[in-house]
Each structure stands twice: as C-alpha cells, then as structure tokens.
Design a binder for this molecule. Structure first.
Ligand SMILES: O=C(O)C1=C[C@@H](OP(=O)(O)O)[C@@H](O)[C@H](O)C1
Ligand SMILES: C=C(OP(=O)(O)O)C(=O)O
Length: 438
C-alpha cells in the first residue's frame, strides 16, 4: 500500500471513536473460547490481527459470530478444544501467536502456529523457554522463530517465571498455560507490562493472586466483555493534533489503564495538555474522552526508561512528534522495538532522516532533534505503527510525502485513512495492495 500526503500543516478538527483495543480484543476472544457457555464481546476490534485470533479459535472448536452490535462466542470449556485440521495462521500478530502458544502447549493434541514473513522473523524462544520448563514440547524453526510445532502435553507443571524483559505477551502466554498446569504459576516481571490478562481472568471466574499468579485446573465461565477504544490507535490523533496549528480533537471512550497510558505523560511533559472528560468505568478498564489541541512550543524530552513498557507501541508516534519539537528527545531502554513487526528504531530513523530530521540511532533507542520537515518518500516497511506515524508527521511537511509499505495498517486500524480524512487531514491512497516494501 502506498499513501500520499500533501498536508502542509492543515489542522485536525472534530470527534471520533478510535477502534477497539487490539490487546483486549485478542484476550477476550481467547478467554471466551476457553470458557463454558456463551460470552458476549462488545466493541471488539475488527482488524486483520484480531480476525486471525478469531479464526484460530474457530479452528479449535469455538463458535465466533457477529450479531447486532456484539460478537458472540460459544466456548468449548477449558477441556473441550479440538485438534485443528490445519496449521493456525496468525498472520502479522505476535500477540495472537504467543498467547495461543500458551494454550496449545497444554492440550492433548498437536498443533502448529505459523505467521507471515514479519512474524516468522520475531523471537519465540522467549515463550518456548518458560513453556518448556513447564513440560511443553515445542519445536521452532532454526533461529528460534515460527513456525512453532507443538506436541501438546496435558500434564504441565506450574512454575515461577522471571522473564528478562517486561512483556505482556510472555506473561500472558505463561499464565494461559498455567490455567492448565498443576499447582500455581507465577510471572514476576522486571517492570509491569500491560495487565489486561490479569484484569480479564477474574471476569471469567478465574482469580489472579498477588503478585501475578494463577492456579491450574479451574474452569472459566462465560462473561460479557466491553472493549474500550485503543489508546495506541488514539495516539496518532493525539500526536497529530498536538503538532498541527489550529487543531482541536476529541477522542471518545479511550482505554486508560495505567499500564498503557505512558503516551499521556509524554505529551504533557513535551508541552501538550490532554484534557480528560467523563472518566468512567467500562467493563474491566477505565476509559475517558480525550481532548487535545495544538500545542505551541513543544519541547524535546528525555523519555524516562521506566515509562517504556507503558508506551512501547506509541514510540514510533512519539518519534514523529519529537521531529517537530524544540530540542532533542532521547529514548533509551527500548531495544524491544527492534523485534516488533519491523525494527522500529531503524525504520523510523531512516524515514525521519529522509524527511530532513536529525537522528542518532542507539542499540536501545534513538536521539531525535526537532526541526523543519521536508517532503520525500519514506518506507513504513510493512509496519502499521511506523506507516501511521509517518502519515501524521507528513501532515506537517513542507512538501508532499509518499509512504510506501503501509498495507499492514489494517492489522490494527483499518479505518485509519478514513479517520484522518474525517478530521480534515490529508491522505490519499495511491495503491491499496501490498507494494513489496516489507
Ligand atoms: O500483550 C499484548 O497485547 C501486547 C504486548 C506488547 O508486546 P510485548 O509483550 O512483546 O512487549 C505490545 O508491543 C503488543 O503490541 C501487544
Ligand atoms: C507489536 C504490536 O503487535 P504484535 O506484537 O501483536 O504483532 C503492535 O501492535 O504494535
């Protein structure tokens, strides 16, 4: 996919509801499939990544059906999953593959998890290692990547696991396997990563004990899940409005758990005030309407390393904002960005340089010095978050910008282009298909 933007600083104006939270959507589908009975999910994200999870749940015996304004899942019960007749294709989604690996490791049947070219490059030893300690049998491709061939072992044993990195995918994978294991399974992270799994398990009747432990052998019961709007998708408009003179945007119903709200702290420290309106409870999560207007005098900051887990997916957009702020923004402790859908440090550094921005790359981060942004052709490298971040920065460029490799925007935000246009931003789809830039 190729996008062209000739924004020249036109403001963003108006209200919208960003799409459902991707992390919460994956978890809602998986837990509802493991529960006995009929669960209702409202606000589920309809995107390629979440469709991959829904399809895998169907292949494992659950019924997943959209009806009225909800998605209904008839679960199999924890012991009722059926062997899939073909490999489960997780497409571009690391979350889908890693979370389902935890479930499948404990089944009395074999299965195979596969993904697209990007997912097949991402590290899987980080989940194979703890699952193997629990007694799982998993074969990876050379290099510790997908495909994962899982033999299945219904006699897993609970462990206490201390991952080297703060990762909600590792944590959730181990906890899901722990639902089937003997005894207690605990995950103790170096820093707290997003906690949606821990928040949602009790809704399905499974307690999570302090610090982060489940006891195996229980049953999950059907539940109603309400999925809030995704703060990671809202971020593109928070950042866009902050950088474009005359902007004023209201984003409705955005999920604000403290493990995900680091972007709001960054915006505030850079000089952009985000007003919270009507903060309320929405299922297991807190949500609010967020109003953000243009911020004159944005300044570069040192992003505190301890904030990184709470804004990991927002870093490409933060890099775009840093490109127009006064002074230098320093990001460190973010080596995880190199193993996302792309190497997000390298992809953002190359694109920003092309647009005339001064950057210096580090193993675990980047320095970005703000200044004028020129036109040019930048490569999103098949990474949805990089492509959307370039698209927002391009609104500020002095000349036209072409973003190649933008086709995976549909993994998290299929309506992104329509939403940019609805708020008065400029973006044109030059080519809708994959363009070989990934
Ligand atoms: O658990 C999740 O839903 C996610 C966890 C994060 O990945 P890591 O667990 O690899 O940090 C994040 O980057 C990803 O977009 C979604
Ligand atoms: C990293 C991401 O997703 P995943 O790991 O699920 O592919 C993301 O959406 O930014």
């Amino acid at each position: 996919m190729k996008l062209r933007i000739d924004g020249r600083g036109a403001p963003l104006h108006g209200c919208l509801t960003p799409p459902g939270d991707k992390s919460i959507s994956h978890r809602a589908l998986i837990l509802a499939s493991l529960a006995g009975g009929r669960s209702r999910i409202t606000g589920l994200l309809d995107s390629a990544d979440v469709r991959a999870t829904a399809e895998a749940c169907r292949q494992l015996g659950a019924t997943v059906r959209a009806e009225d304004d909800s998605v209904w899942v008839e679960g199999t019960g924890t012991a009722g999953l059926k062997p899939p007749s073909a490999p489960l294709d997780m497409g571009n989604s690391g979350t889908a593959l890693r979370l389902l690996a935890g479930v499948l490791a404990a089944q009395p049947f074999a299965s195979e998890l596969i993904g697209d070219a990007s997912l097949s490059r991402r590290p899987m030893r980080r989940i194979v290692e703890p699952l193997s300690r629990m007694g799982a049998h998993i074969e990876t491709a050379e290099g510790g990547t997908a495909p994962l061939r899982i033999t299945g072992n219904p006699k897993l044993k609970g462990i206490e696991y201390r991952p080297a990195v703060a990762s909600a995918q590792i944590k959730s994978c181990v906890l899901l396997a722990g639902l089937y294991a003997s005894g207690r399974t605990c995950v103790i992270e170096p820093q707290l990563s997003r906690d949606h799994t821990e928040r949602m398990l009790p809704l399905f009747g499974t307690p999570v004990e302090e610090p982060c432990c489940v006891t195996g052998g229980g049953r999950l019961r059907a539940a109603d899940v309400v999925v809030p709007a995704d703060i990671s998708s809202a971020t593109f408009f928070l950042v866009g409005a902050a950088m474009l003179e005359g902007s004023d945007v209201l984003l409705r119903g955005v999920g604000l758990t403290p493990t995900r709200d680091g972007i709001l702290h960054v915006l505030e420290r850079m000089g952009a005030a985000v007003e919270h309106r009507e903060t309320r409870r929405h299922g297991t999560e807190t949500v609010a309407d967020l109003r953000v207007a243009h911020a004159a005098g944005l300044r570069g900051i040192d992003v505190p390393e301890e904030w990184i887990p709470s804004l990991i997916d927002e870093l490409p957009a933060i890099m775009a904002l840093a490109a127009v702020a006064e002074g230098t923004t320093r990001i460190r402790g973010a080596a995880e960005l190199r193993v996302k859908e792309s190497d997000r440090i390298a992809v953002m550094a190359r694109g920003l340089e092309t647009l005339g921005v001064t950057v210096q790359e580090f193993d675990d981060g980047i320095d970005i010095t703000g200044g004028p942004v020129t036109g040019g052709t930048v490569d999103g490298a098949g990474d949805h978050r990089c492509a959307m971040s370039f698209c927002m920065l391009a609104q500020r460029a002095s000349g036209p910008v072409t973003v190649t490799g933008a086709h995976h925007i549909d993994t998290s935000y299929p309506d992104f282009v329509a939403h940019v246009q609805a708020l008065g931003g400029t973006v044109e789809v030059l080519l809708a298909e994959a363009d070989g830039h990934d």
